[in-house]
Design a protein around this ligand. Structure first.
Ligand SMILES: [Cu+2]
Length: 137
C-alpha cells in the first residue's frame, strides 16, 4: 500500500512536471513572430523550421524576422525535411546542420541595427529559395 502511494506520487510529479514544461513551451511560442513593438533587451524566441527549399516561421514562408537592437534572440531551428542550417553572416550566427526531424538552437545578442539576410548554407539551398531578411531596428 505504501509502495503503491509512493509510485503514485512519483507518477503525479512526472505528470505535473510534464504539464509545466508544455505550458512553458506554449508561452515561448507566444513570443514567436514578427512583433516589432518589442521592448529592447528582452529575450525573443523565434521558432524556425527548414524544409526543401524554404524557411517557415508561424506558417509563413521566408518571412522577414524583426528584433530590436539589444534583444537576446533565440532561434529554435528544426528541419522538417532535408539537411539545413540557419545562418546570418553579419551577426556571426549559425546553427549546426540538422537533418529531417532534428532540431537545434542558437542564441545571440542582436548587437547592431541593420537589414541582414538569413539563409541556409547547405549546397545551393540559398539559391533555391532558403533565404529571408533579418531586420534589427
Ligand atoms: Cu537547406
Amino acid at each position: 500500500m505504501k509502495k503503491a502511494s509512493i509510485g503514485l506520487t512519483l507518477f503525479l510529479i512526472v505528470v505535473v512536471a510534464g504539464a509545466l514544461f508544455l505550458i512553458n513551451n506554449n508561452s515561448n511560442d507566444s513570443l514567436v513572430g514578427n512583433t516589432v513593438d518589442s521592448v529592447s533587451g528582452q529575450v525573443k524566441t523565434i521558432s524556425v523550421s527548414g524544409e526543401n527549399f524554404k524557411f517557415v516561421v508561424d506558417g509563413e514562408d521566408n518571412p522577414t524576422i524583426y528584433a530590436r537592437e539589444g534583444d537576446r534572440v533565440v532561434i529554435e531551428f528544426k528541419s522538417t525535411a532535408g539537411l539545413h542550417d540557419f545562418v546570418v553572416d553579419e551577426l556571426d550566427v549559425s546553427t549546426k546542420r540538422v537533418g529531417s526531424g532534428e532540431s537545434t538552437s542558437v542564441e545571440f545578442v542582436a548587437d547592431k541595427a541593420g537589414t541582414f539576410s538569413y539563409y541556409c548554407s547547405v549546397g545551393d539551398h540559398r539559391a533555391k529559395g532558403m533565404e529571408g531578411k533579418f531586420i534589427i531596428e
